[in-house]
Design a protein around this ligand. Sequence first.
Ligand code: FAD
Length: 292
Amino acid sequence: MLRQALLAIAKSERAERVISSSRLTSDVVARYVASDVGAVIGELTRKGLLVTVDHLGEEVTDESQAEAAVAEYVRLLGLLPAGADVSVKLTALGLRLSRELALGHAATICREAAARDVTVTLDAEEHDTIPWLHSVHAALREDHPEVGVVVQAYLPDSLERCDGLAGARVRLCKGAYTAPGAYTRPADIDRSFVRCLKILMAGTGYPMVATHDPRLVRVAATLAVLAGRDQTGYEHQMLYGVRPDEQLRLAGQGARMRVYVPYGADWYAYLMRRLAERPRNLAFFLRSLLSR
Ligand code: FAD
């Protein structure tokens, strides 16, 4: 119930105006969003962590905003070390205006990234964009076979998606939005996640296991061993600000551990999704409002 309410608030322009204009939310934003992205990348890299960096913004409705997003990604690529990744939302590149527009912009980012030995991963967003996501991903792979894509385990067709992504870099996550027909019971989502993971680990691609769930982190490591993959054959991914000690522990054990680092002024929808994932975060949010 609370999750649904927060995800609805994430789409409300009125709530966005009120919450974004409040300086009171800064503690919570600072926990999840990098204020100085260059410094955060440097610090994480020094600690032996890999990064995927997301310039916040989504659901853009005019071409100039999409062009500005591409320009920012190109600027960002100049800050990143080789081996880094950028996470890109197609709706930030104009997907709501046209598939061709978003594809062209994504191809520009892929070209610039390849020149710097950086990879690109396409985030998964609202359910109505998922067919476009996979169509754009397939088109990009013709010239950029290393471009990655996200599969959300809460979607009942996630198994078929994983089957169809042989040889690809695939980030598997539970799913942060709502979708008609999506699994909602945690046990069903976890079961789907493990089934998808089995397919990805047994396949020829590169699985990116995006979860903070301790049980699923262990399952991933076990399935990798069973599939004959060593620690370079897959990676764990977690969000900036979530379970940082666990991120260091996994990296210390020799695992490839990548941190998803969001930055930028357009943090509202991202933050609301983080609050929806964990009711305890809402208490933290409200406490930080009341303590001012
Ligand atoms: P959960 O069961 O939600 O959490 C397990 C434990 O992790 C919790 O008990 C808690 O201890 C901790 N935890 C989880 N979330 C939080 C939080 N917000 N704050 C504090 N602690 C927390 N979703 C998409 O739909 N599309 C994407 O493209 C996408 N990309 C992602 C990329 C990465 C690298 C990661 C890690 C997640 C991504 N997600 C994406 C979000 C994902 O779908 C989940 O909503 C999110 O990861 C929470 O699920 P979980 O697997 O961590 O398990």
